[in-house]
Design a binder for this molecule. Structure first.
Ligand SMILES: [Zn+2]
Length: 331
């Protein structure tokens, strides 16, 4: 329910649009909602569905409290059908089941909604089955297809849908969302700048090593900026022990990217509001660099990200980056 309360703030353009369409009774038969994981595609689809069924709506927006709204939120509404991958894919049997559910509705004339999560995971036969369904829409049916990558959906399906891309929340919005869940101010600012969605940020926030990783990577970066040789051993001693899997690798690299990118802003005189605890130390050292050096450093870390896509040891890559950054800042 919390997420549904938030969706109007996170996706104001889309919720306004859909509220208006509901009010005008101009809903299309099929919508394709796209955007990264955790951005709120499912929540938006549920919010619109509530708007359709709500007994108490205001200008197309659902009340979130009536019987209909509650049943939709809890996944217990008889006229709202969810389809999600069964194992790795959405199979043709699942689409057949969906169609049989909807053939009943034709008789009763009820409004029906179906929501297909990870629609790109449909098998070819499932996609073809769905396509026939979308080509012959029966009266009161609205479909929501959700996907992280619209490129993996059959073009013939895409062409039957209205496509909407969900906007990424700004760093400030993410930070505010995290603060409300009880994350400390310092941590919320870093996470707000690090993550693409509130789900991703909340997930990182639960990583018990995250605070330590932030502290250690800041000390490492301080030593890189100071030209202090301790930064070389710190990769193995202080950073690698906190990196246990691919997700951790991404977090560490994104923290380094954030530190190095933030250095450009600091160089050009912006106050460092992200790494607050290290603000004074970083600023003093960064001000002594040149515009060329702070820019080149960003290119170095972005090149490192590319290097990681090839299968090489993460530790080797971070050690090489430490050498490159040290040379860049102190040449
Ligand atoms: Zn309601």
């Amino acid at each position: 329910m919390d997420e549904i309360n938030e969706i109007q703030k996170q996706q104001p353009v889309l919720t306004d649009y859909f509220a208006n369409v509901i009010m005008q009774e101009h809903l299309a038969h099929a919508y394709l909602l796209t955007g990264p994981k955790g951005i709120g595609k499912r929540t938006l689809a549920l919010w619109v569905t509530q708007g359709i069924f709500c007994q108490n709506k205001t200008a197309g927006s659902p009340c979130l409290n009536c019987e209909e709204c509650r049943r939709i939120a809890s996944g217990n509404h008889p006229d709202v059908v969810h389809v999600a991958p069964d194992g790795l894919s959405i199979k043709v049997e699942q689409i057949r089941f969906l169609k049989s559910e909807f053939s009943k509705s034709g008789v009763e004339g009820n409004q029906k909604v179906f929501i297909i999560e990870d629609a790109d995971k449909m098998t070819v036969s499932a996609a073809n089955g769905l396509l026939k369904f979308l080509e012959e829409p029966s009266g009161n049916v609205v479909a929501f297809l959700l996907t992280e990558s619209v490129n993996r959906i059959l073009p013939t399906i895409v062409s039957r849908c209205q496509l909407f891309e969900l906007a990424k929340p700004t760093s400030a919005q993410l930070t505010a969302t995290l603060r409300k869940t009880g994350v400390t101010a310092d941590k919320a600012i870093i996470l707000g700048n690090l993550a693409d969605s509130s789900d991703e940020a909340k997930k990182i926030a639960t990583n018990e090593d995250f605070d330590k990783l932030v502290r250690n990577v800041c000390v490492w970066y301080l030593h890189v900026l100071q030209g202090d040789a301790r930064c070389f051993v710190e990769v193995q001693m202080n950073l690698m022990p906190l990196v246990n899997n691919k997700d951790d690798e991404v977090i560490l690299l994104n923290l380094i990217i954030l530190l190095v990118k933030n250095s450009i802003s600091v160089y050009y005189g912006e106050k460092d509001n992200i790494f607050v605890k290290f603000q004074a130390d970083f600023t003093e050292l960064i001000e002594k660099l040149t515009a060329e050096k702070v820019t080149e450093a960003v290119e170095l870390v972005l090149a490192t990200r590319k290097r990681l896509m090839v299968n090489v040891s993460f530790q080797n890559v971070i050690e090489a980056l430490t050498i490159d950054l040290s040379q860049c800042y102190h040449s």
